[in-house]
Design a protein around this ligand. Structure first.
Ligand code: NAP
Length: 484
């Protein structure tokens, strides 16, 4: 299969926070992979910016070490890494200070695409935006990329939007949600809108319910202090999971373009109904045989923050009225698995009577690991013995189906950074979308805070609290098994 990558224009990308964890694990290795793939022009430049005292050589050494750690060896052949590192430079700068900005101005070329990646704490976004503007570094069509979290409620998100808007227009702002950069997530749109097959069934008449699961095996790790102020609802549901829900539930945009796609997602968020307290289960992992409990991990014995959440969301529109969307996400669960499962209704009448082994059709969209889709269908069990039914998967593993090219699925970050350079905002969240998502989430959080709700404990390595099972049992349904 011939690669049809649209080449990007020449660019200068400034990575504020270029020495941080995200730059080290995702941004720099991702840029290198794009370079190795031949997608970065020869004259492009990547400029790290942070307070640490460093020269270009030290930053290149830092990036080289990150690439050695996070990029497969077969991609680092020959002098590829050296050649990539030659594109890198560094400017020492304090987002809150006045020094260094003239040097940055001299380093950024006015005649190429300019992108500024804010890979720093969100409290610095305003300071950076203001200085890029005041020091006349950013051109009127320069792009800024902002990381999550985008606010911690609607009010703070609105204030952040207003701050950014005082220096940049909406079409310059790229709010990143790396879930939207995943291959499968985009394939979800391709499957829905480039095939006639699913659309007639994609509604409450034929879909019984939808399950969206993002399960992690890790705990809060080194992010304890941040996570304890956030919790699963703010950290996962308000952004990643709501984006997935939107892509499943939205109407066909009239065109695959940023305004059209984001308008349709926004309509879904507006149609989300308030969630009744009985339809939310919050959990917190307890200590395992050898592992510490959540409260120890975050060093807060009295913590009431959730490391797990399950909830039932309802969308009040013609397409989805009556089809619940069950969302669950948590840490220290039994497997690392992210999946969207569209569970179809039973056939209206079984001509096979009470056939054993009968199951509903499920379209399962795996985000990680092994990105791909599976459609479970019923067939006759082979061999003699009458009409016995069995379920088989119609498997569409992208890596297998697309051969070598499919196996080389780009990481979400690298794809999204290239979209920034191309000036394509389709896979980024618009300001009104983020605020609308918070508007749905805020009353849910306010509700449990007012009730003094305490999360239910669950065992590490389990599927989450028992009550989460009941959430579906009550509706005569059950969660899909969490497995890799
Ligand atoms: P980090 O490891 O703490 O790195 C922060 C970076 O910002 C460092 O390069 C630091 O370098 C720089 N910095 C701090 N204060 C600065 C200042 N006043 N002026 C200029 N630079 C400054 O943080 P991170 O994990 O990379 O996260 C960066 C952003 O990405 C955050 O918004 C975070 O929420 C978001 N994010 C991170 C991840 C992840 O996996 N790490 C995932 C999702 C979102 P100096 O100290 O030398 O200045």
């Amino acid at each position: 299969m011939v690669s049809r990558v649209i080449p990007v224009e020449n660019f200068d990308l400034v990575v504020f926070g270029g020495t941080g964890d995200l730059a080290r694990r995702k941004i720099l290795p991702g840029l290198f992979r794009r370079y190795a793939g031949g997608h970065i022009p020869d004259a492009a430049r990547i400029i790290g910016a942070a307070r640490a005292e460093m020269d270009d050589a030290a930053f290149r050494a830092f990036a080289g070490a990150a690439i050695a750690e996070f990029v497969d060896e077969d991609k680092r052949q020959g002098d590829m890494v050296e050649r990539f590192l030659a594109h890198l430079g560094y400017v020492q700068i304090d987002a809150t200070g006045e020094r260094g900005w003239d040097r940055l101005k001299a380093a950024v070329r006015p005649e190429v695409v300019q992108a500024f990646y804010f890979s720093v704490a969100p409290t610095l976004f305003g300071e950076l935006a203001e200085r890029l503007h005041r020091f006349e570094i950013a051109r009127p069509d320069a792009r800024i990329v902002v990381e999550k979290p985008f606010g911690r409620d609607r009010e703070t998100a609105r204030a952040l939007n207003a701050t950014l808007a005082s220096h940049f227009t909406e079409d310059q702002i790229y709010r990143i949600d790396h879930y939207l950069g995943k291959e499968t997530v985009q394939n979800l749109m391709a499957v829905r809108f480039a095939n006639i097959l699913f659309e007639p069934l994609w509604n409450a008449r034929h879909v019984d319910h939808v399950q969206i699961t993002v399960a992690e095996t890790v705990g809060v790790g080194g992010r304890g202090a941040y996570y304890d102020k956030s919790g699963a609802m703010r950290d996962m549901v308000q952004n990643h999971m709501m984006q997935l829900l939107c892509l499943i539930a939205m109407e066909a945009p009239y065109k695959f373009d940023p305004a059209a796609v984001r308008d349709e997602k926004l309509k879904v968020i507006h149609a989300l109904q308030p969630v009744h307290p009985d339809e939310i289960v919050r959990g917190q992992y307890r200590a395992g045989r050898t592992e510490p409990a959540y409260a120890q991990d975050v060093d807060n014995p009295a913590s009431t923050t959730e490391s797990y959440i399950a909830l039932k969301a309802s969308i009040a529109n013609w397409r989805w009225k009556g089809t619940p969307f069950y969302l669950r996400t948590g840490k220290k669960l039994r497997a690392r698995a992210s999946e969207i499962a569209v569970v179809f209704k039973e056939v209206p009448h079984s001509i096979f009577g009470e056939a054993e082994g009968w199951r509903e059709n499920i379209l399962s969209i795996r985000l990680q690991p092994n990105e791909g889709m599976t459609l479970s269908v019923m067939i006759k069990e082979p061999g003699p013995g009458g009409m016995r039914l069995t379920e088989v998967p119609l498997d569409m593993s992208f890596a297998e189906a697309l051969g070598a090219e499919g196996a080389d699925i780009p990481d979400a970050y690298e794809r999204l950074i290239m979209d920034v350079i191309r000036g394509n905002q389709t896979l980024f969240m618009r300001g009104d979308e983020v605020e609308a998502a918070w508007a749905w989430v805020d009353p849910i959080i306010a509700g449990w805070e007012a009730r003094g709700d305490r999360p239910k404990p669950y065992d590490p390595g389990s599927s989450g609290p028992e009550d989460a099972l009941m959430l579906l049992h009550r509706d005569g349904r059950r969660w899909r098994e969490i497995r890799e």
